[in-house]
Ligand binder design. Structure first.
Ligand code: OKP
Ligand code: ZN
Length: 359
């Protein structure tokens, strides 16, 4: 039996966002969320024949849609900081009397975070630490264009599912988005691509998001926390043991009239595949009870056994099984690329998932 190729929306604009380093406990490490990730996915999936590649053309996602997901002040901060990168670096290195270093970086990182109990100085609204919850979402001059293209990829993939052109669409987003909230960035994420896809799909009825990235999708959860029209389900490493640490616990269920429309399945770092799939089946059953009109999958491959920052042990065939479970939900589905840092394996892992989807 043969299936129609799955539309894959992609762009090359992501290459203009390429931070070199991230910081951990005083050490500088190579920035894991690198352009080669998307390049490998594009090359492998195109060659596999399983997708129909669609390079992004035409208008970028409208601000009116972005502001359904994000605070306008965050959008302005990202855009403005991207444009002011050189000036900001010059000013901040000068404040250390180290203007000589300004040429060593092309990315602005947060310099101070507001302590929660501290009275807010109005100036903080203009600083990186006001919007960022960690140091892994630096902003360079190509960042705004890259994140706008990534969000547009998600929107365009969702539009094709919403208008019935296709049952499945794959959005090759980079940077990823699931750690970005209404007014915060972090974890390599700036704009929440999955949330933008969900907003686009709402024309069909209520929507479910299934987040299978290794890390809890704290941004997506926060965006839809008190909204009953979007169900958010996430399976991830136990936040008491791994990033993002402050959310993703099993007792987080949604707020107010949306209580019961968030579901979290935190798993031990050494989880066995059988237990992983039992937990995934539990989330899928909850989504089916919610009875959504369409599905968004936040797909991360950092659950892979050789991922450099994840600790799960899933193997290639497990992604076939994962795709098959999504297919069995029989829902129009948009797949949003999130994390996965074993760059040379991303293509084969994505192919495995998409083959499972078509089984
Ligand atoms: C993004 B996604 C401290 C560790 C920070 C950031 C991981 C972001 C993962 N320097 N690690 O969910 O794949
Ligand atoms: Zn992740």
């Amino acid at each position: 039996m043969s299936f129609p190729a799955i539309p894959m929306v992609f762009s090359r604009q992501h290459i203009h966002h390429a931070p070199l380093v991230e910081f951990m406990h005083g050490a500088l490490l190579p920035y894991q969320e690198s352009p080669v990730r998307a390049e490998n996915l594009l090359a492998h999936l195109t060659a596999s024949g399983i997708v129909k590649a669609q390079e992004l053309t035409g208008p970028l996602v409208e601000r009116a849609l972005l502001t359904r997901v994000h605070d306008p002040a965050l959008l302005d901060y990202l855009h403005g900081t991207s444009e002011q990168t050189a000036e900001t670096l010059a000013r901040d290195f000068a404040s250390y009397h180290r203007s000589d270093l300004a040429a060593q970086s092309a990315y602005v990182y947060p310099l101070a975070f507001p302590a929660s109990a501290h009275p807010m100085h109005p100036n903080w609204r203009g600083t990186h630490g006001f919007y960022a919850f960690d140091q892994t979402a630096p902003i360079g001059k190509g960042t705004w264009a890259a994140v706008l293209h990534s969000a547009t990829i998600a929107h365009r993939a969702a539009q094709q599912v919403a208008d019935g052109t296709t049952h499945y669409a794959y959005a090759l987003c980079r940077p990823p988005g699931h750690h970005a909230g209404r007014d915060f960035i972090g974890g390599y994420c700036y704009l929440n691509n999955a949330a933008i896809a969900a907003e686009t799909l709402l024309a069909l009825g209520r929507i479910a998001i299934l987040d299978v990235d290794y890390h809890h999708g704290n941004g997506t959860q926060a965006i839809f926390w008190d909204r009953a029209d979007v169900f958010f389900a996430s399976i991830h490493a136990d936040p008491s043991a791994d990033y993002p640490y402050y959310s993703g616990f099993a007792d987080e269920l949604g707020g107010g009239s949306a209580a019961g429309t968030t579901a979290n399945a935190p798993l031990p770092l050494a989880v066995l595949a059988v237990d992983y799939f039992a937990a995934l089946d539990g989330l899928i059953a909850q989504i089916m009870t919610y009875d959504p009109a369409a599905l968004v999958v936040s797909l991360g491959f950092d659950t892979y056994k050789d991922d450099p920052i994840g600790s799960f042990t899933l193997d290639t065939l497990d992604y076939v099984a994962m795709g098959a479970r999504v297919a069995a939900m029989r829902l129009p589905t948009v797949i949003i690329q999130e994390g996965g840092y074993r760059a040379d394996m991303l293509g084969p892992l994505a192919e495995a998932f998409l083959r499972g989807l078509q089984n």
